[in-house]
Design a binder for this molecule. Structure first.
Ligand SMILES: Cc1cc2nc3c(=O)[nH]c(=O)nc-3n(C[C@H](O)[C@H](O)[C@H](O)COP(=O)(O)OP(=O)(O)OC[C@H]3O[C@@H](n4cnc5c(N)ncnc54)[C@H](O)[C@@H]3O)c2cc1C
Length: 439
């Protein structure tokens, strides 16, 4: 777009995760006047030595998973009965606490006529994708890969946005990458600022104000201290929970179809396995309703009582990441109501049985104990419909209010979701720019 910034109306982007940072970067590149509002603080990885956790953990003094948000406020957890939902609240959103897996996930999108191949390709080239060399896998992970192959599960190395030359194999991607090896969306935010955009942290958006079917203002509420931002176009990218919460608080609809790609990790044991000393999820095997992948669930290790007896060096793990039912809802306060369905549970049981078979075949020993049910791919609360694909604008929202995050994806993926979120945000922001050009 050749127009100068002066011709552009003001765009406010809410959130700096996979969706928000990508949308803001693209809109700035197109010449827009962009202000990004982020609820969290600037991200810092948890670099404190964490060996101390092991003795506290064995005695139960680490407490519940709520402790993690106290030690590491960038990671927020919300419980809905047996399910723990995890998200990043910081610059870079959940990408800063990700494992760096980059897979083209598009379940439910082609069905509504949305083909993101071009955006996927563009982002993969921009970010740089590679796999972890097999000689960097721990021996148990390599043996589990071979076992999965023997069982006909067709495992393959996971595409990663990680520079293996910089990675120190600490295994703690989910508390932030201290070596800078792993991509996260803060790299796009840097380009936003370089391009003249503004990023305001500690700016939690409470709601948008709608007048005459248009959003006129965005309200930031810092514990009662209110700030108002005038906007001509607003892009919500606060994630599956955050975007739904803002919509509800603004008297706008959010769909009760939240999904989370539920993860359950089977914990086994093998003396001296040291599986944590590698990048998590080095490979994955895709089944119809879930993937299997080698993984030590660090939250289960720290906070799940039945896992307490096994020291980290002897822990072996393999996850099932499930395509769960899109049946959750988010309240105005950001509380989540979501349950597992009978079908979800049956599929998880089948996946757990398979993880045990792979682990045993690779030489891991029992007792095999399941970890905590958790989910961190939060989507589906503003599901895009076939008739909205051309405009990329949800018709239930005011004309100048867009969504550019995982909320748009109608169905769970059971696969990594950063790439699809960024691809959607790219498409949405280009539609906004085109609509502005035609205006
Ligand atoms: C532990 C963990 C590991 C993961 N690992 C991977 C992986 O390896 N590969 C992969 O592809 N995916 C992974 N994911 C999932 C992936 O990170 C998310 O699906 C993706 O980041 C979603 O992008 P988003 O823009 O929708 O939301 P997010 O990235 O979560 O961004 C939402 C942003 O909005 C901000 N926000 C929220 N509410 C407000 C508000 N009211 N006002 C202002 N700002 C607000 C948040 O602070 C955040 O910056 C992982 C997720 C978790 C939790």
């Amino acid at each position: 777009m050749s127009r100068g910034r002066g011709d552009w109306l003001k765009v406010i982007v809410v959130g700096t995760g996979a969706g928000g940072a990508t949308a803001a970067r693209e809109l700035v590149a197109k010449g827009a006047d962009v202000v990004v509002l982020e609820a969290g603080r600037p991200f810092k990885p948890l670099t404190r030595k964490i060996q101390w956790t092991d003795s506290l953990r064995r005695t139960g003094l680490l407490g519940s998973e709520r402790t993690i948000s106290r030690l590491f406020p960038h990671m927020q957890t919300t419980r809905s009965k047996e399910l723990l939902l995890v998200r990043g609240m910081t610059t870079g959103g959940s990408t800063t606490i990700s494992c760096g897996n980059m897979v083209r996930a598009e379940r439910g999108l082609r069905e509504i006529g949305l083909d993101l191949s071009e955006e996927f390709g563009e982002l993969e080239r921009l970010i740089g994708i590679s796999t972890i060399p097999r000689d960097r896998w721990r021996p148990i992970t390599a043996r589990m890969f071979d076992a999965a192959e023997r069982l006909g599960l067709d495992p393959r190395p996971t595409p990663k946005a990680v520079d293996s030359a910089k990675c120190v194999s600490c295994g703690l991607c989910e508390v932030g990458c201290a070596s800078g090896a792993r991509w996260d969306s803060r790299r796009f935010l840097q380009q936003v600022v370089k391009g003249g955009g503004t990023v305001r942290t500690e700016s939690p958006v409470a709601k948008v104000v709608v007048e005459d079917k248009r959003v006129t203002e965005v309200i930031v509420d810092r514990k009662g201290s209110i700030e108002r931002y005038k906007a001509d176009v607003v892009v919500l990218a606060a994630g599956g929970i955050g975007t739904a919460q803002i919509l509800r608080s603004s008297g706008l609809p959010a769909s009760e179809t939240l999904w989370a790609d539920i993860v359950l990790t089977m914990g086994g044991r093998l003396e001296g396995a040291r599986q944590l000393e590698e990048q998590p999820m080095a490979w994955y095997a895709q089944r119809e309703h879930y993937i299997l992948s080698p993984y030590i669930d660090i939250l289960s290790h720290w906070f799940h009582k039945p896992w307490r007896k096994v020291p980290i060096g002897d822990r072996v793990g393999m996850m099932v990441k499930l395509q769960d039912a899109a049946n959750g809802s988010v309240t105005e306060k950001g509380e989540v109501l979501k349950r597992l369905t009978v079908e979800d549970m049956e599929r998880l049981d089948a996946g757990m049985a398979l993880t045990k078979e792979v682990m045993e075949s690779a030489g891991a020993k029992g007792p095999f104990v399941e970890g905590m049910l958790n989910g961190g791919h939060l989507g589906g609360t503003v599901p895009l419909r076939r008739e909205e694909v051309e405009s990329m604008h949800p018709s239930s929202l005011p004309a100048n209010l867009y969504v550019a995050d995982l909320s748009l994806v109608p169905r769970s993926q059971g696969l990594p979701t950063m790439l699809v979120t960024a691809a959607l945000a790219l498409r949405v922001s280009r539609k906004i720019a085109r609509a502005q050009e035609q205006h």
